[in-house]
Design a protein around this ligand. Structure first.
Ligand code: GLN
Length: 499
């Protein structure tokens, strides 16, 4: 049992293996993401004048699917595979995806993204729940355990863009992607050594050996699922490849591709299902569920602006920001760097405020998070006044954007994660966690919408100057308004939600 296990810095030893496994997995995830948009614009879609638009559409589909797959990966783990096998399967698929990305070929490109999507579905939700199982119910160390884990995520997210971005620029894209794959293998090695040293006890084994070994059409489920996971990759690759809109200009589907349509349908299904659960719930349960739905909704808006980092903000950095020490891919490290620096001071601040009974309630934290995102985009929208004659703005504006939005993230993301588990009735907590991850999936639909509006039409590899600067800054100022209004609405209606 966890309490008898060896401790390290007051936490179960297993936490440190999961910490390093997740650090390296996120290293691969964010190292790749730092290169993705620039690689699409400059290599995959290079010849198209609509290359920004195509890259935006694929980035959005990738992001939506990479988070939606966690709902399925979590469910399969709960009912059949268990967390250990799921994490291994996911890690192998992700490493494979990153290595396939290192091959210079357009078909390989879409297939690689598909492997990462399926792999993340098995890896990400299960390593997160694994952390929770290291602690008994009511163990007060659990929150700080998750804070440590979130630090691991962001240490990976901080180092990877710096290294992969440097390799990509100095030796070629494929070295950058290759390093991401090696990172993922390092993560698997850490996880494996934890199992070898028996630090998890019985944790993460299949829920029922009988179900795990049960044969379907002569194949045990423990083998069938990995086979199906591999086979699903070409189908997902096809979905990613179908990035073009279903209808021509002026028609109802002018801005809708297959993946957009899929997410409309999933959205309707989730809303209907949530509605029936709420109708069946007792009144006090219903109020809590409504609150859970609201915070998930606001989180979606926040991530919808935040996840622009890997698309429009990276292109803005490449085309219109004066960079000297780091290149545009490497600017993707800034968010995680600020999270690593700020997460401990901010969690100390919450504890101090709580001691004096001044700790703001969740709705206020969420309102402030959205206001901070609004301010972040507002500040960068002012950068035009300091542009030089080539339409390049000072780096300090980009730094300010990342600083403000990272503080906003710390007001929302870790807080929401723990609130979701408090607000959901036990019988549907896993489902609600899935809905929580869907907020990131839907955020990428927002990202796609915005990035397509801000797509520049050109085949010139040196496109930039005031033509692109004005497009980006107008966009950022509009985003600032939406985010500020959303934040103020949450703050004003906060008292209602508190009830
Ligand atoms: N940056 C965090 C992570 O990678 C949260 C991402 C998200 O949920 N959109 O885990």
């Amino acid at each position: 049992k966890p309490s008898d296990e060896k401790q390290l810095f007051g936490h179960p030893q297993g936490l440190f293996y999961l910490f390093f496994a997740e650090l390296w997995e996120r290293f691969s995830f964010y190292g790749m993401r730092a290169l993705l948009t620039l690689y699409m614009v400059n290599v995959i879609f290079e010849a198209l004048s609509t290359r920004d638009y195509a890259a935006a559409a694929v980035y959005a589909s990738y992001g939506s699917l990479v988070y939606a797959s966690t709902v399925i990966g979590g469910k399969i783990s709960d009912s059949i595979l268990g967390m250990r096998s799921s994490i291994f399967l996911g890690g192998v698929l992700m490493a494979l995806g990153h290595f396939v990305l290192a091959i210079e070929n357009n078909t390989a490109f879409f297939l690689a993204l598909a492997f990462i999507i399926v792999g993340n579905g098995f890896f990400k939700p299960n390593i997160s729940t694994f952390v929770g199982t290291l602690y008994k119910d009511g163990d007060t160390r659990k929150d700080s355990g998750f804070t440590i884990f979130y630090m691991g995520i962001n240490i990976g997210g901080a180092i990877a863009p710096l290294l992969c971005g440097w390799l990509g620029a100095t030796y070629g894209w494929h070295y950058g992607f290759g390093l991401a794959g090696i990172g993922m293998l390092a993560g698997l090695l850490f996880f494996w050594s934890g199992i070898k040293k028996n630090v998890f006890g019985e944790g993460g084994k299949p829920p029922s050996m009988e179900v795990y070994e049960r044969k379907i059409m002569g194949v045990p489920q423990k083998h069938l699922i990995p086979i199906l996971a591999f086979l699903s990759a070409p189908l997902i690759a096809f979905l990613l490849y179908s990035y073009k809109s279903l209808g021509g200009e002026g028609t109802a589907f002018a801005d809708t591709n297959v993946v957009n349509l899929l997410f409309y349908l999933i959205g309707i299904a989730v809303v209907v299902y949530m509605g029936t659960i709420m109708i069946k719930s007792k009144p006090d349960e219903r109020k809590k569920l409504l609150m859970a739905v609201l915070i998930t909704f606001f989180m979606t808006i926040f991530w919808g602006f935040h996840e622009l980092h890997g698309s429009v903000i990276t292109l803005f950095a490449a085309r219109n920001v004066n960079l000297s020490l780091i290149n545009a891919s490497q600017t993707n490290a800034l968010n995680s760097i600020f999270i690593v620096i700020l997460s401990i001071p901010i969690s100390i601040m919450w504890t101090k405020l709580a001691r004096n009974k001044l700790n703001p309630r969740t709705p206020y934290k969420f309102g402030m998070g959205l206001v901070l995102a609004g301010l972040a985009f507002y500040v960068v929208s002012l950068s035009g006044a300091s542009a030089d004659e080539n339409g390049m703005v000072p780096f300090s504006y980009l730094l300010a954007l990342y600083f403000l939005i990272s503080v906003g993230e710390l007001f929302m993301s870790p807080v929401g994660l723990s609130k979701i588990t408090d607000l959901s009735p036990k019988r549907i907590v896993a489902f609600m966690m899935g809905v929580w991850f869907l907020s990131s999936a839907y955020a990428f639909q927002i990202v796609g919408f915005i990035s397509k509006q801000l797509a520049i039409e050109s085949t010139d590899s040196n496109v930039g100057g005031f033509d692109t600067l004005n497009v980006y800054l107008d966009g950022f100022s509009l985003i600032a308004k939406y985010s500020l209004v959303a934040g103020i609405v949450v703050l004003v209606f906060g008292p209602l939600m508190k009830k």
